[in-house]
Design a protein around this ligand. Structure first.
Ligand SMILES: Nc1ncnc2c1ncn2[C@@H]1O[C@H](COP(=O)(O)OP(=O)(O)OP(=O)(O)O)[C@@H](O)[C@H]1O
Ligand SMILES: [Mg+2]
Length: 353
């Protein structure tokens, strides 16, 4: 008969997925201790969550996985609920968000890729700053960063202090952090899951974001590891979901919204991007991806529709040039939509916190 070892138990725990995600509890670093005494096994896990059903589900599955391991006579799983993200009750700084000196953290997310998250995030941070608030932007799209490009900061490297604090890049008075400033244009970010988790945590924890009213997080599409790492690392004041009016995007927006609901993060609203196109030659309005989808979905999710952003050449060009349109042309029609989204969010955050 084979001897029961810690690594056998770890292998078994690798079959336990974090509820709602594809990643297992071992690779997320939740396992803190394993004690073996003959066939009796004690496993200690640490989970950061404010949703009580998550540790319950993990405990059930982990106990089941360990107790069915050959050679185990009894299995006990203890879960320490560490740093439960409190969704922003209180007034200031790190006690609230988990990031020193940051009052509010808002994630800009979507289910489907390419719907305009980064464009919305870049203009939202610029709009908040236009309103006299201190805002910063963290590009959490580790594999496909675009924020450094949208702010013309691909050549700028963040600096580190002697105590290993990373100083963010600053463009137009906005603090930024993006993998795009750490890689050259042609190098893909070849990182395995746990490295991505570490990079995300470093971007949030090791960067000096102090002095911000708002830290906006530009997320990669979907509901994967990075999203889970974020909700485990910081207490979000809320999330903004970006979609296009198209059905495929709306379905994925619903999934993204369900993911935030599962971890008790309020969805502050929906932004419908690429809503319509007004032809400059004849002023006619074209609804290229359909119409009314964002409004319907917002009503279904019972969240506000924060804005309908048109397909706008100046918005795309400004992003490509390295300056968000809200900074380049604050008086344009599209900029006024982004400013209105920022105002609504500012009010919504005041309500939920
Ligand atoms: N309202 C808009 N008008 C014109 N072009 C836009 C608009 N919104 C986004 N784009 C363009 O569409 C492309 C995709 O936008 P963006 O990179 O913001 O999407 P994303 O959701 O962040 O994508 P990913 O999922 O890859 O991170 C970009 O080239 C951007 O310039
Ligand atoms: Mg993006």
């Amino acid at each position: 008969m084979s001897v029961l070892t810690e690594s056998t138990i770890i292998d078994r725990l690798k079959s336990v997925k974090f509820p709602g995600y594809s990643r297992d509890i071992v690779s997320f670093g939740l396992v803190k201790e394993i004690k073996l005494s003959g066939g009796d096994v004690l496993v200690r896990l640490a989970v950061a969550t404010s949703n009580p059903s998550i540790p319950e589900a993990i405990k059930r599955e982990a106990e089941n996985a360990v107790s069915t391991t050959p050679g185990v006579s009894s299995a006990r799983v203890i879960i320490d609920i560490s740093n439960p993200p409190d969704t922003g009750k209180g007034t200031a700084g790190s006690a609230v968000t988990g990031i020193a000196g940051v009052k509010h953290v808002i994630a800009v997310a979507s289910g489907k890729g390419g719907v305009g998250k980064s464009t919305v995030a870049a203009n939202l941070v610029a709009a908040l700053q236009q309103r006299g608030l201190n805002a910063g932007l963290c590009d959490c799209d580790i594999y496909g960063p675009s924020i450094s490009l949208m702010f013309g900061a691909t050549q700028e490297q963040p600096m580190a202090t002697s105590d290993n604090t990373i100083l963010p890049i600053e463009r137009y008075g906005i603090k930024l952090m993006s993998m795009g400033s750490l890689l050259d244009d042609s190098s893909p970010a070849i990182l395995r899951g746990p490295m991505v988790t570490r990079a995300t945590q470093q971007f949030l924890r090791q960067v000096d974001w102090s002095g911000l009213d708002y830290l906006i997080l530009d997320l990669p599409p979907g509901t994967g590891d990075i999203q889970l790492t974020i909700v485990q690392t910081v207490a979000l004041s809320g999330a903004v979901i970006v979609t296009t009016p198209q059905e495929v995007a709306l379905i994925d927006a619903r999934k993204a919204s369900a993911m935030f609901a599962k971890v008790n993060v309020p969805v502050l609203g929906l932004v419908e991007n690429m809503s319509f196109f007004v032809s400059p030659s004849d002023g006619k309005r074209y609804e290229i991806f359909g119409s009314g989808g964002g409004k319907r979905e917002a009503a279904r999710l019972r969240v506000p529709l924060l804005g309908e952003v048109p397909i706008d050449v100046a918005t795309r060009e400004a992003g490509d040039r390295g300056m968000p349109v809200v900074l380049e042309d604050p008086k344009s029609a599209v900029s006024s939509i982004f400013l209105s989204i920022a105002d609504q969010l500012h009010r919504a955050v005041a309500r939920v916190t």
